[in-house]
Design a protein around this ligand. Structure first.
Ligand code: NOJ
Length: 527
């Protein structure tokens, strides 16, 4: 078994998982405290969003020191303890690597900015203004506005594809490449099982800094809304040299370390490039899937396309929520528990590695965050684009009552606690019908039945609104993603519901057809 192919990865937003020291912010020791729960749930690895030193203008994605722990989260000793305790329970720890940009507070940038002839200058992307003083090209920041900020001291602009406090690193620089080799090894040596790589698709920029072309009406809606195609500041061919270099380092370790890319490419066919010839990423996130509507037709089309586009040894990876989007309970499920149950059943039965976002196993919804309590730069100040990403980053609801089992009763949690009735770990662990128990049971079923991990995938003919797919020899998953009842023809031979979103049907023998209520999903087994 290769753990990252057969296993389930669980994403943790560390400030919001569990606060061990009562300051209202989650921390590494808090994660360690909850490892027994994660082992009970059955996950194989946790991916923790950045834990390194950061001024937190983008909550850890602006790194000021790549090899030290952000003090509010703990220290290196806490990290070592987390890795050791996790290993003891068969859980790997995957970290987040942020190579596209550092913080403007990083010593590299401070030195680069201080003197044009500093050896650090080349670590970042600097360019002269156009003759009229405007930015060197038309690139837009992913967070809005120009991707360039003028440094008055030198008269040059520096590039930032996100906030001005996140200057882009220059991946044409050999010195930058060497720095990151060291960073990878630092964490791999300490026992990190791999990295999720931030902005993995866009680290290398066009050397000539050419203008991006405008978006066209036929482009993916996200691209169209952004207004330009990121032809010259993303998906550059030279990025693959870097990925190969990192894969070589990852393979020096036993077991090889995992490279899981944030490959924000809105075309499934282009995803395959990131796997190289089995010598780049082992896993590349599929954002087309994340942005799909929650419909049988929409999802089937994307998953079938991914199956086609990613032949072995490439291996798909699936997520239904992240720390950057509204939670699946809202985005896809409009608050319906039945839909959320179907979504989790789907996530855990597709061919590929599922990445479960903390709280989704409870059916946790976004938590409204009043404007005065907003923390995310995308929801505040000049980037005020609505509620931002805070609502999907709120503390894990462990138990009812003050502090929610996340922090102590008298501490102020850094973001508001969820008040959703019945959505706590404590309540759901005790309820055999709960979403948490459903999630745990599907994970256990995956482990017990290799067809659900290694078995091939084939989508099957199904009525409108129903998505059915075969997994391996014996299993068929049928999801009724519609508001009305549906019937699926199971063909001949005895079939039983091995597990369903309606747990009362587990073990039910079905004849030639299975009837499903709206938003009901089942795993059928040929007996
Ligand atoms: C993607 C991360 O997931 C997001 O949270 C962050 O703001 C940007 N990259 C910039 O690092």
């Amino acid at each position: 078994m290769t753990w990252w192919r057969d296993g389930v990865i669980y994403q943790i937003y560390p400030r919001s998982f569990r606060d061990a020291n009562g300051d209202g912010v989650g921390d590494l020791s808090g994660i360690t405290e909850r490892l027994d729960h994660l082992a009970w749930l059955g996950v194989d690895a946790i991916w923790i969003t950045p834990i390194t030193v950061s001024p937190d203008t983008d909550w850890g994605y602006d790194v000021a020191d790549y090899t030290a722990v952000q003090p509010v989260l703990g220290d290196l000793a806490d990290f070592d303890r987390l890795v050791a305790e996790a290993e003891h329970r068969g859980i790997r720890v995957v970290l987040d690597l942020v190579p596209n940009h550092s913080s403007d507070q990083h010593a590299w940038f401070q030195e680069a900015k201080a003197a044009k002839d500093s050896p650090r200058r080349e670590y970042y992307v600097w360019a002269d203004p156009k003759p009229d003083g405007s930015p060197p090209n038309n690139w837009r920041s992913s967070f809005g506005g120009a991707a360039w900020t003028k440094d008055d001291a030198s008269g040059q602009y520096y590039l930032h594809n996100f906030l001005p406090t996140q200057p882009d690193l220059n991946w044409w620089s050999e010195a930058v490449r060497d720095e990151f080799d060291r960073i990878l090894r630092f964490w791999f040596d300490r026992g990190a099982a791999g990295f999720r790589i931030d902005v993995c698709h866009a680290i290398v920029k066009d050397k000539e800094l050419r203008d991006n072309p405008p978006a066209e009406p036929g482009d993916h809606p996200y691209v169209f809304r952004f207004g330009q195609r990121k032809v010259y500041n993303a998906e550059r061919p030279e990025a693959h040299d870097v990925l190969r270099r990192w894969r070589t380092i990852a393979e020096e370790y036993d077991p090889p370390r995992l490279l899981l890319g944030e490959t924000y490419v809105l075309d499934v066919a282009r995803l395959r490039h990131f796997y190289g010839d089995g010598d780049e990423l082992q896993l590349a996130f599929n954002f087309v899937f994340l942005h799909s509507p929650f419909t049988a037709e929409g999802l089937r089309t994307i998953v079938d396309a991914a199956e086609e586009a990613l032949p072995e040894p490439a291996w798909p990876v699936w997520a239904i929520s992240t720390h950057d989007l509204p939670r699946v309970a809202d985005r896809w499920c409009e608050g319906s528990v039945e839909r959320a149950r179907a979504a989790v059943l789907m996530l855990l039965t597709l061919r590929g590695t599922p990445v479960l976002y903390y709280g989704d196993e409870l059916g946790m919804a976004d938590v409204p965050v009043p404007p005065e309590q907003r923390r995310d730069p995308v929801g505040t100040g000049s980037y005020d684009a609505g509620p931002g990403r805070d609502p999907c980053r709120t503390p894990m609801p462990w138990a009812p009552g003050p502090g929610g089992g996340f922090t102590t009763g008298n501490a102020e949690p850094w973001l508001p606690l969820s008040m959703q009735p019945g959505v706590t770990v404590e309540e759901q662990r005790a309820d055999p019908q709960s979403m948490l128990r459903l999630t745990r049971d599907v994970i256990a079923l995956r482990r017990a039945e290799p067809d659900l991990t290694k078995g091939d995938y084939a989508s099957l003919p199904a009525p409108e609104g129903v998505w059915a797919y075969r997994r391996g020899e014996r299993f068929t998953v049928v999801l009724n993603l519609s508001d009305g009842p549906a019937e699926f023809d199971c063909g001949s031979g005895p079939v039983r519901i091995r597990l369903g979103t309606n747990r009362r049907r587990d073990g039910e023998d079905v004849g030639g057809a299975v009837s499903l209520r709206a938003w009901e999903g089942v795993v059928l087994e040929r007996t």
